[in-house]
Design a protein around this ligand. Structure first.
Ligand code: MEV
Length: 427
Protein backbone atom coordinates (compact mmCIF):
# COMPACT_ATOMS: atom_id res chain seq x y z
CA UNK A 1 0.00 0.00 0.00
CA UNK A 2 1.44 3.39 -0.90
CA UNK A 3 0.55 6.65 0.77
CA UNK A 4 2.06 10.05 1.40
CA UNK A 5 3.74 10.63 4.74
CA UNK A 6 3.22 14.38 4.28
CA UNK A 7 0.42 14.99 6.75
CA UNK A 8 -0.05 18.74 7.19
CA UNK A 9 -1.94 19.59 10.37
CA UNK A 10 -1.58 16.02 11.67
CA UNK A 11 0.14 17.23 14.82
CA UNK A 12 -2.84 19.41 15.68
CA UNK A 13 -5.38 16.56 15.64
CA UNK A 14 -6.53 14.85 18.83
CA UNK A 15 -4.85 11.43 19.27
CA UNK A 16 -7.99 9.46 18.35
CA UNK A 17 -8.30 11.29 15.05
CA UNK A 18 -4.59 10.84 14.33
CA UNK A 19 -5.03 7.11 14.99
CA UNK A 20 -7.95 6.97 12.58
CA UNK A 21 -5.99 8.83 9.95
CA UNK A 22 -3.07 6.41 10.23
CA UNK A 23 -5.41 3.42 10.27
CA UNK A 24 -7.05 4.62 7.04
CA UNK A 25 -3.72 5.41 5.39
CA UNK A 26 -2.05 2.08 6.09
CA UNK A 27 -5.23 0.01 5.98
CA UNK A 28 -5.49 -1.34 9.53
CA UNK A 29 -8.06 -4.02 10.30
CA UNK A 30 -10.90 -3.46 12.80
CA UNK A 31 -8.96 -5.51 15.34
CA UNK A 32 -5.86 -3.39 14.86
CA UNK A 33 -7.89 -0.19 15.10
CA UNK A 34 -9.36 -1.49 18.34
CA UNK A 35 -5.83 -1.93 19.71
CA UNK A 36 -5.09 1.73 19.14
CA UNK A 37 -8.49 2.80 20.42
CA UNK A 38 -8.07 0.62 23.52
CA UNK A 39 -5.71 3.02 25.28
CA UNK A 40 -7.00 4.26 28.63
CA UNK A 41 -8.28 7.83 28.21
CA UNK A 42 -6.05 9.24 30.97
CA UNK A 43 -2.98 7.47 29.62
CA UNK A 44 -3.70 8.77 26.16
CA UNK A 45 -4.21 12.34 27.35
CA UNK A 46 -1.00 12.23 29.38
CA UNK A 47 0.94 10.71 26.52
CA UNK A 48 -0.37 13.42 24.24
CA UNK A 49 1.13 15.99 26.59
CA UNK A 50 4.44 14.14 26.78
CA UNK A 51 5.38 13.70 23.10
CA UNK A 52 4.18 14.71 19.64
CA UNK A 53 1.83 12.98 17.18
CA UNK A 54 0.58 10.43 19.72
CA UNK A 55 -1.77 7.77 18.32
CA UNK A 56 -1.91 5.36 21.27
CA UNK A 57 0.00 3.97 24.20
CA UNK A 58 2.38 1.05 24.39
CA UNK A 59 2.40 -1.07 27.53
CA UNK A 60 5.36 -3.12 28.73
CA UNK A 61 5.41 -5.79 31.40
CA UNK A 62 6.24 -4.38 34.83
CA UNK A 63 7.71 -6.87 37.29
CA UNK A 64 9.45 -6.84 40.63
CA UNK A 65 12.71 -8.63 41.31
CA UNK A 66 13.07 -10.10 44.78
CA UNK A 67 15.95 -10.84 47.18
CA UNK A 68 17.91 -7.61 46.57
CA UNK A 69 19.70 -6.17 49.55
CA UNK A 70 21.61 -2.92 49.05
CA UNK A 71 23.56 -1.22 51.82
CA UNK A 72 21.85 -3.40 54.39
CA UNK A 73 18.34 -2.58 53.18
CA UNK A 74 16.01 -5.03 51.49
CA UNK A 75 14.55 -3.57 48.34
CA UNK A 76 12.03 -4.76 45.77
CA UNK A 77 13.23 -3.77 42.32
CA UNK A 78 10.60 -2.68 39.77
CA UNK A 79 11.60 -3.59 36.22
CA UNK A 80 9.92 -2.71 32.92
CA UNK A 81 11.26 -5.10 30.31
CA UNK A 82 10.08 -7.32 27.47
CA UNK A 83 12.86 -9.92 27.65
CA UNK A 84 12.20 -13.21 29.45
CA UNK A 85 14.58 -14.37 32.21
CA UNK A 86 15.95 -10.95 33.17
CA UNK A 87 13.75 -10.59 36.25
CA UNK A 88 14.21 -14.23 37.24
CA UNK A 89 17.96 -13.87 36.69
CA UNK A 90 18.21 -10.79 38.89
CA UNK A 91 16.19 -12.39 41.68
CA UNK A 92 18.39 -15.49 41.50
CA UNK A 93 21.67 -13.57 41.54
CA UNK A 94 20.43 -11.29 44.32
CA UNK A 95 19.79 -14.38 46.42
CA UNK A 96 23.34 -15.60 45.76
CA UNK A 97 24.81 -12.25 46.79
CA UNK A 98 22.54 -12.09 49.83
CA UNK A 99 24.49 -14.98 51.27
CA UNK A 100 27.56 -12.75 51.26
CA UNK A 101 25.79 -9.76 52.85
CA UNK A 102 24.11 -8.30 49.77
CA UNK A 103 25.43 -5.35 47.79
CA UNK A 104 27.35 -2.34 49.00
CA UNK A 105 26.73 0.66 46.76
CA UNK A 106 28.29 4.12 46.72
CA UNK A 107 27.87 7.10 44.46
CA UNK A 108 29.57 10.36 43.57
CA UNK A 109 27.91 13.72 44.08
CA UNK A 110 25.36 14.19 41.24
CA UNK A 111 27.74 16.23 39.10
CA UNK A 112 26.86 16.70 35.44
CA UNK A 113 28.94 18.21 32.67
CA UNK A 114 27.58 20.93 30.39
CA UNK A 115 29.71 21.46 27.27
CA UNK A 116 30.21 24.77 25.50
CA UNK A 117 32.02 24.63 22.17
CA UNK A 118 34.03 27.78 21.32
CA UNK A 119 35.22 28.38 17.76
CA UNK A 120 37.35 31.02 15.99
CA UNK A 121 39.47 31.66 19.07
CA UNK A 122 42.66 33.47 18.02
CA UNK A 123 44.75 32.45 21.05
CA UNK A 124 43.46 29.12 22.39
CA UNK A 125 45.92 28.75 25.28
CA UNK A 126 45.59 32.32 26.54
CA UNK A 127 41.81 32.17 26.15
CA UNK A 128 41.76 29.06 28.30
CA UNK A 129 43.51 30.92 31.11
CA UNK A 130 41.24 33.96 30.78
CA UNK A 131 38.20 31.69 31.17
CA UNK A 132 39.69 29.84 34.15
CA UNK A 133 40.61 33.14 35.82
CA UNK A 134 36.98 34.27 35.49
CA UNK A 135 35.54 31.02 36.85
CA UNK A 136 33.87 32.68 39.85
CA UNK A 137 31.99 35.10 37.63
CA UNK A 138 30.95 32.25 35.35
CA UNK A 139 29.71 30.08 38.22
CA UNK A 140 27.72 32.96 39.69
CA UNK A 141 26.12 33.71 36.34
CA UNK A 142 25.27 30.02 35.82
CA UNK A 143 23.74 29.85 39.30
CA UNK A 144 21.60 32.93 38.71
CA UNK A 145 19.64 30.89 36.11
CA UNK A 146 18.10 28.48 38.62
CA UNK A 147 17.83 29.78 42.18
CA UNK A 148 15.65 26.79 43.13
CA UNK A 149 18.32 24.16 42.52
CA UNK A 150 20.85 26.42 44.25
CA UNK A 151 18.56 26.70 47.29
CA UNK A 152 18.42 22.88 47.35
CA UNK A 153 22.20 22.72 47.57
CA UNK A 154 22.91 22.19 43.87
CA UNK A 155 24.24 24.46 41.16
CA UNK A 156 27.43 25.27 39.27
CA UNK A 157 30.58 23.92 40.89
CA UNK A 158 33.55 24.14 38.57
CA UNK A 159 34.80 25.32 35.20
CA UNK A 160 37.17 23.21 33.10
CA UNK A 161 38.58 24.18 29.72
CA UNK A 162 39.79 21.65 27.17
CA UNK A 163 41.70 22.46 24.01
CA UNK A 164 41.39 20.74 20.66
CA UNK A 165 44.15 22.35 18.64
CA UNK A 166 44.53 19.86 15.86
CA UNK A 167 41.93 18.73 13.40
CA UNK A 168 40.13 20.69 10.72
CA UNK A 169 38.46 23.04 13.21
CA UNK A 170 40.56 23.99 16.24
CA UNK A 171 38.35 24.70 19.22
CA UNK A 172 38.15 25.17 22.90
CA UNK A 173 35.53 23.37 24.97
CA UNK A 174 34.36 24.73 28.29
CA UNK A 175 32.94 22.25 30.79
CA UNK A 176 30.48 23.58 33.30
CA UNK A 177 30.40 21.11 36.18
CA UNK A 178 26.98 21.32 37.75
CA UNK A 179 25.42 19.60 40.75
CA UNK A 180 21.97 18.48 39.59
CA UNK A 181 20.90 17.17 43.03
CA UNK A 182 17.93 14.80 42.55
CA UNK A 183 17.30 15.68 38.91
CA UNK A 184 18.94 14.08 35.90
CA UNK A 185 19.67 17.71 35.15
CA UNK A 186 19.58 17.98 31.36
CA UNK A 187 17.29 21.02 31.17
CA UNK A 188 18.91 22.97 34.00
CA UNK A 189 22.41 22.37 32.71
CA UNK A 190 21.57 23.18 29.12
CA UNK A 191 19.94 26.42 30.27
CA UNK A 192 22.97 27.35 32.37
CA UNK A 193 25.36 26.50 29.52
CA UNK A 194 23.37 28.65 27.11
CA UNK A 195 23.31 31.53 29.56
CA UNK A 196 27.11 31.59 29.69
CA UNK A 197 27.40 32.27 25.95
CA UNK A 198 27.99 36.05 26.03
CA UNK A 199 30.52 35.82 28.87
CA UNK A 200 32.42 33.00 27.20
CA UNK A 201 32.51 34.86 23.90
CA UNK A 202 33.75 38.00 25.66
CA UNK A 203 36.47 36.10 27.54
CA UNK A 204 37.61 33.91 24.64
CA UNK A 205 37.27 36.38 21.79
CA UNK A 206 35.68 33.48 19.90
CA UNK A 207 32.23 32.34 18.86
CA UNK A 208 30.15 29.87 20.85
CA UNK A 209 28.81 26.88 18.92
CA UNK A 210 27.01 23.98 20.62
CA UNK A 211 25.87 24.14 24.21
CA UNK A 212 24.67 20.81 25.52
CA UNK A 213 25.24 18.43 28.38
CA UNK A 214 27.56 15.45 27.97
CA UNK A 215 26.12 11.98 28.46
CA UNK A 216 29.56 10.78 29.45
CA UNK A 217 28.66 11.67 33.04
CA UNK A 218 31.97 10.51 34.50
CA UNK A 219 31.68 12.90 37.47
CA UNK A 220 28.50 11.07 38.49
CA UNK A 221 29.69 7.52 38.95
CA UNK A 222 27.89 4.80 40.84
CA UNK A 223 29.71 1.79 42.22
CA UNK A 224 28.62 -1.45 43.79
CA UNK A 225 30.31 -4.54 45.10
CA UNK A 226 29.25 -7.95 46.37
CA UNK A 227 30.76 -11.16 47.65
CA UNK A 228 29.39 -14.54 46.64
CA UNK A 229 30.56 -17.19 49.09
CA UNK A 230 32.20 -19.94 47.06
CA UNK A 231 29.90 -22.65 48.50
CA UNK A 232 27.01 -21.02 46.63
CA UNK A 233 28.84 -21.75 43.39
CA UNK A 234 29.05 -25.47 44.05
CA UNK A 235 26.49 -26.13 41.32
CA UNK A 236 26.09 -28.14 38.17
CA UNK A 237 28.57 -30.72 39.39
CA UNK A 238 31.25 -28.10 40.18
CA UNK A 239 33.19 -27.87 43.43
CA UNK A 240 33.05 -24.40 45.06
CA UNK A 241 36.52 -23.63 43.68
CA UNK A 242 35.55 -24.76 40.18
CA UNK A 243 32.37 -22.67 40.34
CA UNK A 244 34.38 -19.54 41.18
CA UNK A 245 36.93 -20.40 38.48
CA UNK A 246 34.22 -20.73 35.81
CA UNK A 247 32.85 -17.25 36.54
CA UNK A 248 36.37 -15.83 36.50
CA UNK A 249 37.04 -17.47 33.14
CA UNK A 250 33.81 -16.03 31.77
CA UNK A 251 34.85 -12.58 32.99
CA UNK A 252 38.35 -13.01 31.54
CA UNK A 253 36.76 -13.54 28.12
CA UNK A 254 35.01 -10.14 28.35
CA UNK A 255 38.16 -8.49 29.69
CA UNK A 256 40.18 -9.83 26.74
CA UNK A 257 37.77 -9.36 23.84
CA UNK A 258 35.54 -6.38 22.96
CA UNK A 259 33.19 -8.67 21.00
CA UNK A 260 32.44 -10.46 24.25
CA UNK A 261 32.63 -7.25 26.35
CA UNK A 262 29.75 -5.77 24.33
CA UNK A 263 27.52 -8.73 25.18
CA UNK A 264 28.73 -8.83 28.78
CA UNK A 265 27.81 -5.15 29.16
CA UNK A 266 24.51 -5.73 27.36
CA UNK A 267 23.67 -8.20 30.10
CA UNK A 268 24.56 -5.59 32.74
CA UNK A 269 22.25 -3.12 31.00
CA UNK A 270 19.39 -5.64 30.84
CA UNK A 271 18.88 -5.01 34.52
CA UNK A 272 19.77 -1.34 34.67
CA UNK A 273 17.64 -0.30 31.68
CA UNK A 274 14.63 -2.12 33.09
CA UNK A 275 14.84 -0.05 36.28
CA UNK A 276 15.68 3.12 34.36
CA UNK A 277 12.55 2.64 32.23
CA UNK A 278 10.36 1.70 35.19
CA UNK A 279 11.40 4.88 37.01
CA UNK A 280 10.79 7.14 33.99
CA UNK A 281 14.45 7.93 33.43
CA UNK A 282 16.22 8.41 30.10
CA UNK A 283 17.64 5.03 29.13
CA UNK A 284 19.29 6.34 25.96
CA UNK A 285 21.32 8.73 28.10
CA UNK A 286 22.29 5.94 30.47
CA UNK A 287 23.23 3.59 27.62
CA UNK A 288 25.32 6.29 25.91
CA UNK A 289 27.11 7.12 29.17
CA UNK A 290 27.85 3.55 30.18
CA UNK A 291 29.22 2.47 26.80
CA UNK A 292 31.30 5.63 26.41
CA UNK A 293 32.68 5.01 29.90
CA UNK A 294 33.43 1.40 28.97
CA UNK A 295 35.60 2.72 26.14
CA UNK A 296 37.14 5.65 28.02
CA UNK A 297 40.71 4.35 27.73
CA UNK A 298 40.48 3.71 24.02
CA UNK A 299 39.55 0.04 24.15
CA UNK A 300 36.06 -1.20 25.00
CA UNK A 301 36.06 -2.97 28.36
CA UNK A 302 33.57 -4.75 30.63
CA UNK A 303 32.04 -2.39 33.19
CA UNK A 304 32.18 -5.04 35.91
CA UNK A 305 35.14 -6.93 37.33
CA UNK A 306 35.17 -10.32 39.03
CA UNK A 307 37.96 -11.55 41.29
CA UNK A 308 38.77 -14.21 43.87
CA UNK A 309 39.03 -12.91 47.44
CA UNK A 310 41.74 -13.98 49.87
CA UNK A 311 39.19 -16.48 51.26
CA UNK A 312 38.56 -17.90 47.79
CA UNK A 313 35.09 -16.35 47.43
CA UNK A 314 33.88 -14.54 44.33
CA UNK A 315 33.99 -10.74 44.53
CA UNK A 316 32.29 -8.52 41.98
CA UNK A 317 32.51 -4.78 41.38
CA UNK A 318 30.92 -2.34 38.99
CA UNK A 319 31.63 1.32 38.26
CA UNK A 320 29.52 3.26 35.75
CA UNK A 321 28.12 6.73 35.17
CA UNK A 322 24.44 6.82 36.15
CA UNK A 323 22.78 10.16 35.55
CA UNK A 324 19.33 9.37 36.87
CA UNK A 325 16.83 11.51 38.72
CA UNK A 326 13.98 11.13 41.15
CA UNK A 327 12.48 14.48 40.16
CA UNK A 328 11.99 16.05 36.75
CA UNK A 329 11.42 14.44 33.36
CA UNK A 330 8.92 11.60 33.37
CA UNK A 331 9.83 10.51 36.91
CA UNK A 332 7.00 12.57 38.40
CA UNK A 333 4.75 12.94 35.34
CA UNK A 334 4.25 9.24 34.70
CA UNK A 335 2.19 7.62 37.45
CA UNK A 336 3.91 4.24 36.92
CA UNK A 337 7.31 5.91 37.33
CA UNK A 338 6.13 7.50 40.59
CA UNK A 339 4.90 4.11 41.69
CA UNK A 340 8.21 2.45 40.81
CA UNK A 341 10.08 5.06 42.87
CA UNK A 342 7.73 4.40 45.76
CA UNK A 343 8.32 0.64 45.55
CA UNK A 344 12.07 1.28 45.61
CA UNK A 345 11.65 3.60 48.59
CA UNK A 346 14.56 5.78 47.49
CA UNK A 347 15.12 9.15 49.11
CA UNK A 348 17.41 10.64 46.48
CA UNK A 349 18.82 10.26 42.97
CA UNK A 350 22.03 8.96 44.52
CA UNK A 351 20.13 6.19 46.35
CA UNK A 352 18.50 5.27 43.06
CA UNK A 353 21.81 5.21 41.18
CA UNK A 354 23.35 3.01 43.89
CA UNK A 355 20.56 0.46 43.58
CA UNK A 356 20.86 0.51 39.79
CA UNK A 357 24.60 -0.16 39.98
CA UNK A 358 23.90 -3.12 42.27
CA UNK A 359 21.23 -4.35 39.84
CA UNK A 360 23.72 -4.17 36.96
CA UNK A 361 26.29 -6.18 38.89
CA UNK A 362 23.70 -8.76 39.94
CA UNK A 363 22.34 -9.08 36.42
CA UNK A 364 25.86 -9.68 35.16
CA UNK A 365 26.38 -12.36 37.81
CA UNK A 366 23.16 -14.05 36.73
CA UNK A 367 24.27 -14.10 33.09
CA UNK A 368 27.81 -15.29 33.82
CA UNK A 369 26.58 -18.03 36.09
CA UNK A 370 24.05 -19.23 33.55
CA UNK A 371 26.55 -19.06 30.69
CA UNK A 372 29.48 -20.59 32.52
CA UNK A 373 27.68 -23.21 34.54
CA UNK A 374 24.59 -24.34 32.69
CA UNK A 375 24.61 -22.72 29.25
CA UNK A 376 22.24 -19.83 28.73
CA UNK A 377 19.71 -21.66 26.58
CA UNK A 378 18.49 -24.04 29.24
CA UNK A 379 16.92 -21.34 31.41
CA UNK A 380 16.14 -19.05 28.51
CA UNK A 381 14.40 -21.66 26.44
CA UNK A 382 11.66 -22.38 28.93
CA UNK A 383 10.70 -18.72 28.94
CA UNK A 384 11.35 -18.24 25.26
CA UNK A 385 9.10 -21.22 24.51
CA UNK A 386 6.13 -19.35 25.98
CA UNK A 387 6.76 -16.39 23.70
CA UNK A 388 7.07 -18.66 20.66
CA UNK A 389 3.82 -20.38 21.65
CA UNK A 390 2.03 -17.02 21.92
CA UNK A 391 3.53 -15.86 18.61
CA UNK A 392 1.87 -18.74 16.72
CA UNK A 393 -1.53 -18.05 18.27
CA UNK A 394 -1.65 -20.22 21.40
CA UNK A 395 -4.16 -18.87 23.91
CA UNK A 396 -5.00 -19.56 27.56
CA UNK A 397 -3.89 -23.03 28.69
CA UNK A 398 -2.50 -23.75 25.24
CA UNK A 399 0.44 -21.40 25.93
CA UNK A 400 1.86 -23.51 28.74
CA UNK A 401 0.98 -26.76 27.02
CA UNK A 402 2.77 -25.81 23.80
CA UNK A 403 5.71 -24.28 25.70
CA UNK A 404 6.14 -27.38 27.84
CA UNK A 405 6.24 -29.63 24.75
CA UNK A 406 8.71 -27.33 22.98
CA UNK A 407 10.98 -27.20 26.03
CA UNK A 408 10.79 -30.97 26.56
CA UNK A 409 11.68 -31.60 22.93
CA UNK A 410 14.46 -29.01 23.08
CA UNK A 411 13.24 -27.57 19.77
CA UNK A 412 11.87 -24.09 20.36
CA UNK A 413 10.89 -22.97 16.90
CA UNK A 414 7.68 -21.43 15.53
CA UNK A 415 7.16 -24.23 12.95
CA UNK A 416 7.25 -26.86 15.69
CA UNK A 417 5.03 -24.71 17.93
CA UNK A 418 2.48 -24.43 15.14
CA UNK A 419 2.46 -28.19 14.64
CA UNK A 420 1.97 -28.83 18.37
CA UNK A 421 -0.77 -26.23 18.55
CA UNK A 422 -2.49 -27.84 15.60
CA UNK A 423 -2.30 -31.24 17.31
CA UNK A 424 -3.79 -29.80 20.51
CA UNK A 425 -6.64 -28.18 18.63
CA UNK A 426 -7.40 -31.37 16.74
CA UNK A 427 -7.34 -33.51 19.89
C1 MEV B 1 21.06 -11.62 26.97
O1 MEV B 1 20.07 -10.62 26.92
C2 MEV B 1 22.21 -11.18 27.85
C3 MEV B 1 23.42 -12.12 27.88
O2 MEV B 1 23.85 -12.36 26.53
C4 MEV B 1 24.49 -11.40 28.66
C5 MEV B 1 25.84 -12.09 28.60
O3 MEV B 1 26.14 -12.79 27.62
O4 MEV B 1 26.63 -11.85 29.53
C6 MEV B 1 23.07 -13.43 28.46
Amino acid sequence: MTYSSRLPGFFQLPPQERAQRVADLVGLSDEERALLAGAHADDLARSDRMIENVIGTYAMPLAVATNMQVNGRDVLVPMAIEEPSVVAGLSYAARMARNGGGFVAMTDEPLMIGQIQVLDVPDLHAARLRILAAHQRLLEHANAQDPVIVSLGGGAREIEVRLFERGPVPMLVVHLIYDARDAMGANTINTAAEALTPLIEELSGGRVGLRILSNLADRRLARATCVVPKQILAQEGCTPEEGVARILEAYAFAAADPYRAATHNKGVMNGIDAVVIATGNDWRAIEAGVHAYAARNGDYRPVTAWERSAEGDLVGTIEIPLAVGTVGGATRVHPMARLALKILGVQSARDLAGIMAAVGLAQNLAALRALAMEGIQRGHMKLHARQVAISVGAEGDQVDAVAARLAAEGVVRPDRAEAILHELREA
